[in-house]
Design a protein around this ligand. Structure first.
Ligand code: PRP
Ligand code: HPA
Length: 176
């Protein structure tokens, strides 16, 4: 199954969450078994042989793709969560979002120094979320050089921002 098929399954919702936004809804990929499983296959062929120790996925939709990919790659999965959700000691990072500001947290003991960590999220917009995630993992001694997405919105400049931050992005499809 091709990336064109996965792109064709993504539903676009005009004027959500506010007028003028064309919202690319990745939940339609989850609802289609062929699209969902081939998404994981494509990410596995992209990243499966690169020697990653762990995958970190950002709340909420990064969990949905990062966790099944971690199983396929035979590595652990680290949830990077919104504030006050994780029970053990955390470190926090605030960041700008396309629609405001937010904070992410990760368990301090989730990363061992030198761990090679792949970041996974559903969608790359401005890159704020994944940059904050990379800062968290790096602050704990992890090595972050790659981030994988289902969708990139290139007009929002996230890929360039990530490259400036030493992260190579990969996305299965793009929407203008
Ligand atoms: C969305 C999306 C990415 C992020 C991309 O998540 O799932 O995580 O925005 O935007 P950026 O590249 O500009 O940072 P959102 O913050 O809406 O959270 P949710 O997944 O919990 O709904
Ligand atoms: N879809 C889903 N999440 C998003 C989008 C979008 O178009 N833009 C920023 N986060």
């Amino acid at each position: 199954m091709s990336s064109d098929y996965i792109k064709s399954v993504v539903k676009t919702v005009p004027d959500y969450p506010k007028p003028g936004i064309m919202f690319r809804d990745v939940t339609s990929v989850l609802e289609d078994h062929k699209a969902f499983s081939s998404t994981i296959d494509i990410l596995l062929s992209q990243y499966g042989n690169m020697g990653f120790d762990k995958i970190a996925g950002t709340e909420a939709r990064g969990f949905l793709f990062g966790a099944p990919l971690a199983i396929q790659m035979g590595v652990g999965f680290i949830p990077v969560r919104k504030p006050n959700k994780l029970p053990r000691a955390v470190i926090s990072e605030s960041y700008q979002l396309e629609y405001g500001t937010d904070t992410l947290e990760v368990h301090k003991d989730a990363i061992d120094k030198g761990d090679k960590v792949l970041l996974i999220d559903d969608l790359l917009a401005t890159g704020g979320t994944i940059s904050a995630t990379a800062n968290l993992i790096r602050n704990l001694g992890g090595v972050v050089e790659h981030a994988g997405f289902i969708i990139d919105l290139p007009d929002l400049g996230g890929a360039a921002r990530l490259r400036d931050n030493g992260i190579t992005p990969f996305a299965i499809c793009e929407f203008e």
